[in-house]
Design a protein around this ligand. Structure first.
Ligand SMILES: *Cc1c(COP(=O)(O)O)cnc(C)c1O
Length: 480
């Protein structure tokens, strides 16, 4: 373990030189009993030591800007620096969120223009940018569906969720008051149509489809599924966090989707991970527009922009302000920089890259669902398990080679899953280097599986208890 700065302290070493104290009045403003009489026990170290300490800490960060980051389901693409620069302009970052509308026409135009772009990309008629993340967009979408049926006097409490859906889907449905019911996949990774038919009833409010699903597969029966759900009186929700694979190729609104969310921080480039920041706009078809969370930006016939808070059936306000403006700015810059053709090409290359990597790896790692994948694919340890090698060992060994591990043990329908999403921003050379490393690990699993089981050996810490590290982080130094 690295030495902590407190442990390097040498009494008497100073690096802070404070100006002399102004003469303060005798009477202390704070009651003496609240003032400690001991020293604050700050570490005593020289300036260079402290610089090195923080520089070395900063180098422990892993990011897309430093190495390949093929975290399936998370779309860890490179985020162009122009987005960062523009989002940081003080004309944006210094705006107070509650300035009068006539003072922030430019900002409102940006919000409106992003709403319009997302309407175009989704093929849907209304967008609210306010949800703060993908899961928050799902929750808003579920609230919309719940309120829609409540107003119609229909008691529909079931939300159908395929077993290949993202894990947040059932959680969002439950939070909105629905009972999630699982629908099985068939051998190809599509929804099992017969299983779906067996679950449809007048109690079903809808279905939540992650598309492409967590296997990276776009359901070849999507239209048929939407028609079946609609015929049973339900609505179709599409989890659009994977739009990176299909933007400007398919408009969800044209294939039967009633409600969807985007993940701006995945598809439209914002650095993310470790909990934020995010933005999960919700998009809806015509009959659901009055239900959107408020505010939404509107433009009147004279070109003046305003915020509408009074939509007829709105589910209300789900976040203070208007959503995460910084993420929206990055998304709009990305959309305008690429244009429709550029976005379409980005999707093409994301799919090409995933299929290229898959083709290089299938001889060395088992692939359970071998349909045409889109932006990601899911391998497992079937070929390595004979040697006692688990997926976790493969992932840990990748760390020694300088890679972020792919997503592991998800989706749950693949035992010992390892889920790889390269994104469109990686070069062929980067993909080849990664494939070579994976193949080398497959060889190691045969020749010396102990290497994998002991990995990682090159990281600052080896195998922490990941749940405990996330739930009970020790963020404060205490003197031993
Ligand atoms: C990431 C993701 C989500 C959740 O998005 P958050 O912004 O992390 O809340 C939902 N569905 C899918 C398919 C995702 O990949």
């Amino acid at each position: 373990m690295r030495e902590l700065i407190f442990e390097r302290s040498t009494p008497g070493i100073e690096n802070v030189f404070l100006p002399p104290c102004l003469k303060a009045p005798e009477q202390a403003a704070v009651d003496r009993k609240f003032i400690s009489d001991g020293s604050p026990e700050l570490p005593e170290v020289g300036e260079l030591d402290i610089i090195r300490h923080y520089m070395n800490l900063s180098k422990l960060n892993f990011s897309v800007d430093t190495n390949f980051y093929p975290l399936g389901s998370c779309t860890m693409k490179y985020n162009p620096k122009i987005n960062e620069e523009i989002a940081g302009w003080k004309e944006f970052s210094h705006l107070h969120p509650y300035l009068p509308e006539e003072h922030v026409q430019g900002m409102l135009e940006i919000i409106w223009e992003l709403q319009e772009s997302l309407k175009d990309i989704s093929g849907l008629q209304g967008v609210s940018l306010t949800p703060a993340a993908g899961a928050h967009g799902e929750l808003a979408g579920n609230f919309i569906i719940a309120k829609y049926f409540r107003e119609r006097g229909e008691k529909r409490h079931i939300m159908l969720i395929p077993d290949s859906a993202h894990g947040t889907n059932p959680a969002s449905a439950v939070m909105a008051g629905f009972t999630p019911v699982e629908v099985a996949s068939d051998k190809k990774g599509d929804i099992d149509i017969e299983a779906l038919k067996g679950k449809l009833s007048p109690e079903v409010a809808g279905i939540m489809m992650t598309q492409p699903n967590t296997l990276g597969i776009f359901d070849s029966n999507f239209r048929k599924i939407a028609d079946l759900v609609h015929a049973a009186g339900g609505l179709v929700y599409m989890d659009g966090a994977n739009m990176n694979a299909m933007m400007c190729h398919v408009k969800p609104g044209e294939i039967g989707v009633d409600v969807m969310h985007f993940n701006l921080h995945k598809t439209f480039s914002t650095p993310h991970g470790m909990g934020g920041p995010g933005s999960g706009p919700v998009a809806v078809g015509k009959k659901l527009v009055p239900y959107l969370p408020v505010p939404v930006a509107e433009k009147d016939s004279t070109g003046i922009f305003r915020l509408e808070y009074g939509l007829k059936n709105t589910i209300g306000q789900i976040k203070e302000g208007y959503g995460n403006i910084g993420v929206m700015l990055r998304a709009l810059v990305y959309i305008l920089a690429l244009g429709r053709d550029g976005l379409k090409e980005a999707a093409d290359i994301a799919v090409l890259n995933a299929n290229y990597l898959k083709a290089r790896l299938v001889k060395h790692f088992h692939l359970q669902y071998d349909g045409i994948t889109k932006h990601e694919f899911v391998l497992d340890n079937e070929f390595q398990k004979g040697a006692g090698v688990k997926t976790l060992d493969i992932a840990k060994r990748l760390l020694d080679y300088g890679y972020h591990a792919p997503t592991v043990y998800f989706p749950l329908i693949v035992h010992e899953a390892i889920m790889i999403e390269p994104t469109e921003t990686e070069s062929k050379k980067a993909l080849d280097d990664f494939a070579d490393t994976m193949i080398r690990i497959a060889e190691e699993a045969k020749s010396d599986p102990g290497i994998l089981k002991n990995a990682p050996v090159k990281t600052p810490i080896r195998r922490p208890d990941e749940v405990k590290a996330a739930k009970n982080p020790v963020l404060k130094w205490t003197k031993k």
